[in-house]
Design a protein around this ligand. Sequence first.
Ligand code: GDP
Length: 397
Amino acid sequence: MPDLGEKDSRPSWVPVKKNPEFACSVMGGIDSNINSVTEEKIIPAVAVKSFPLRRRYTAEELVKGVSEGDRMMLSQAITLIESNAPKDFDKAQRVLQALLPRTGNALRIGITGVPGAGKSTFIEAFGQMLCSSGHRVAVLAVDPTSSITGGSILGDKTRMQMLSREPNCFIRPSPAKGTLGGVARKSRETMLLCEASGCDVILVETVGVGQSETTVRSMVDFFMLIVLTGAGDDLQGIKKGIMELADAIVVNKADGDNLNRALVAQGEYERMVEFIRPATEGWKTHAYCCSAIKKAGLKELWEVMQAFSQVTKKSGVFKQRRQKQVLSWVHSMIDEHLHNLFYNDNLIKGRMPAVMQSVLNSVISPSQAVTELIRAFDMDRAAVKHFEDISRSTHKK
Ligand code: GDP
């Protein structure tokens, strides 16, 4: 260790002639250029290079890169889609617009289940199986908790370490922060970008919180519910109605001592789906068993998904669903836009508390409150437009 000497070890506020009560001193740090054992100077073998900041690509470069299947460019394009900066919105939409003709060719599969059911283990094993048979797979996540915590608990690369090393697999965590509507819009557009980059299977994972299952159902062709054994006990953990969304119910962890219980559970679910309206017209939902850990039953499930694709494509249900989905995306985006416009309006923000208080005090009815707020909103929008027109005409002069 280099000799710092008495002078260097004394904090500046310690008197030169320090008294014994000054017990603290500054310790000499370790000099990274000195070998702490031999005390010889270390000459770095390779000079540390300074990397330039990642450059922002043009829309044209992103379109070209994504079309060529470049993963780095795909990541960049998704980051642009996920950006909340208004300046990025137009560029992101230009990229998406140019890539639209290359989209729509993947089989979109939604996967849900309670935490611990084995979703990420399943996706890891299933994704690897698909990649090894030549498919290009994208794994996305719709995580409603991200809008609350600002973080993501799903689709995390660290949860699927083997799969994330596959060159034919692209894993993207849930877009962080934002309303479920915002997260859904970004996930749908991300899905399109992945298709444009050549992915032919999209796996969308979600955990059953809030409306996330319905949201994912509205994004995918085939929806799969992963459940645990002991259907009777575990059913409490499955939300009512979720089975009506599923095209397949998969009892995972059908291995070891659990195998027999899994088969019993499969039978119980099979009986239950008899009483449920099928999620997809012309397709009978069945219960299956698999073991994600032992990689058992995965090939059979892929065959079920392919059969689903063939049957629904032949009957036209596949195309009809996609058309319905795209139209409902438009409506949900309009809803989201109007919602933001209304609740972010300064006049509305100012008036809302007093109007709500009047409703609580029974001074006005809820309907009157709505009429009053909407009228105020209309007037405010008209005033804003009026000022914009005036400023535009003054600029022209
Ligand atoms: P997720 O929360 O639904 O994503 O569940 P995980 O994939 O993280 O799995 C939860 C736990 O179940 C982990 O400890 C897994 O190792 C275990 N697990 C997942 N799949 C299987 C399986 O097929 N068999 C057995 N025995 N355990 C499994």
